[in-house]
Design a protein around this ligand. Structure first.
Ligand code: OGA
Ligand code: MN
Length: 288
C-alpha cells in the first residue's frame, strides 16, 4: 500500500493525495509510489502545488519519457513538451469565446483519451492549473476499466480480439478542418480494443471521440458497437467531475479513462493550465 496520504474520490477510481510537494526533487521511490497509485486509482489530484513549467517538466521526467506535443510537432516539426489548456495566451491576454483557439478547444468537450490517435499513445497526462474560472470549466472523467468490469460476459468475449481505428482527423473535423501538415503527421492507427494495464493486468476497453471504426466490421455495425461501449462507459452516475482550483496538479491515466471538458464563459473568465504527457510503452499499428 502506498505511503502517500490519499483519499478516494469516487466509487470506481480517483484519489486526492496530500502531503507531497511535487516541485521538490521527486526521487525514484516517490515516483514509484505515484506510478503505483496511478495503476490503482487512474486519476490523482495533488492540491495546492506550486508548479512552474520547469518543475512540471522535471516531475514529468520522473514518471517517464515526456511526449512531444502533437499540434506543434505536426504543424512545424518542432518538439515542445507543453500544451496550454484554456484561454490565456503566452503574453497573458485573454482569448474570448469567438477566438479560433477557444473554438478549437471545444473539441475536448467530446469524451476522449489523450493521444489515442498516435501510434504510441501516451500513458498519462499531467495538468497544472494556474488560473481557473469562477464558474464552469470542470473536467469530467469516467473509467473504461470499471465499464469493462460491468460488461456481460458474452460482450467481453466479442470485443476481446477486436482492433479499432483511432483517427484524429476524423474526430477533429467535427470542430474545424485540421491543418494539412498536422493531419499528415497523424495517419489513422489501429489499437487493440481491449487493453491491459502492463503492471497489474487489469483490463479495459479503448474507445473515445477519436475511435472511427472496428477493423474488419461494416460501418453501421462498427458505429453501433462503439456507440454502445461509449454509452456504457459514460453514464451520468459514473462521472467524476473535477472542478479545478488554482494550484491543482492532476494526473490522469489515458490508457483506461475518458475525459471531456465542460463549457465556461471565456469572455468572462480566465482559464490557464499547463500540461505535459508521458509517452506510453504500447504501440498500435497502421491498418494494412
Ligand atoms: C485536456 C482536455 C478538457 C478541458 O486537457 O486534455 O481534454 O477541461 N481538457 O479543457
Ligand atoms: Mn484531453
Amino acid at each position: 500500500m502506498s505511503k502517500l496520504h490519499h483519499e478516494p474520490l469516487h466509487a470506481d477510481f480517483g484519489a486526492r493525495v496530500d502531503g507531497v510537494d511535487l516541485s521538490a526533487d521527486v526521487t525514484g521511490s516517490l515516483a514509484e509510489d505515484i506510478l503505483g497509485l496511478i495503476d490503482t486509482y487512474s486519476f490523482l489530484c495533488f492540491p495546492a502545488q506550486s508548479m512552474n513549467d520547469e518543475a512540471l517538466l522535471a516531475f514529468t521526467r520522473a514518471l517517464g519519457e515526456p511526449e512531444p506535443e502533437h499540434v506543434t510537432l505536426g504543424r512545424t516539426g518542432k518538439t515542445v513538451y507543453f500544451g496550454t489548456v484554456g484561454n490565456v495566451s503566452d503574453d497573458g491576454t485573454k482569448k474570448g469565446n469567438a477566438h479560433p483557439n477557444t473554438k478549437y478547444q471545444t473539441g475536448n468537450q467530446l469524451w476522449h483519451a489523450d493521444s489515442s490517435f498516435r501510434e504510441r499513445p501516451c500513458s498519462v497526462t499531467i495538468t497544472h492549473a494556474h488560473e481557473v474560472p469562477g464558474e464552469g470549466g470542470a473536467t469530467e472523467f469516467v473509467s473504461t476499466r470499471a465499464a469493462y468490469a460491468r460488461l456481460p460476459k458474452d460482450m467481453r468475449e466479442t470485443i476481446e480480439p477486436l482492433k479499432v481505428i483511432h483517427d484524429y482527423v476524423f474526430s477533429r473535423s467535427q470542430v474545424a478542418p485540421v491543418d494539412p501538415a498536422h493531419a499528415a503527421s497523424l495517419p489513422p492507427v489501429a489499437h487493440r480494443l481491449v487493453r491491459k494495464n502492463p503492471g497489474t493486468g487489469a483490463r479495459n476497453y479503448y474507445v473515445g471521440s477519436h475511435t472511427r471504426s472496428v477493423v474488419g466490421w461494416g460501418g453501421v455495425e462498427s458505429r453501433t458497437l462503439i456507440d454502445d461501449l461509449m454509452a456504457r462507459a459514460t453514464r451520468r452516475e459514473d462521472i467524476l467531475a473535477h472542478q479545478w482550483r488554482a494550484g491543482d496538479t492532476v494526473i490522469w491515466d489515458n490508457r483506461c479513462l475518458l475525459h471531456r471538458g465542460t463549457p465556461y464563459d471565456a469572455n468572462r473568465w480566465r482559464r490557464r493550465m499547463r500540461q505535459t504527457r508521458v509517452a506510453g510503452i504500447e504501440t498500435g499499428s497502421l491498418p494494412g
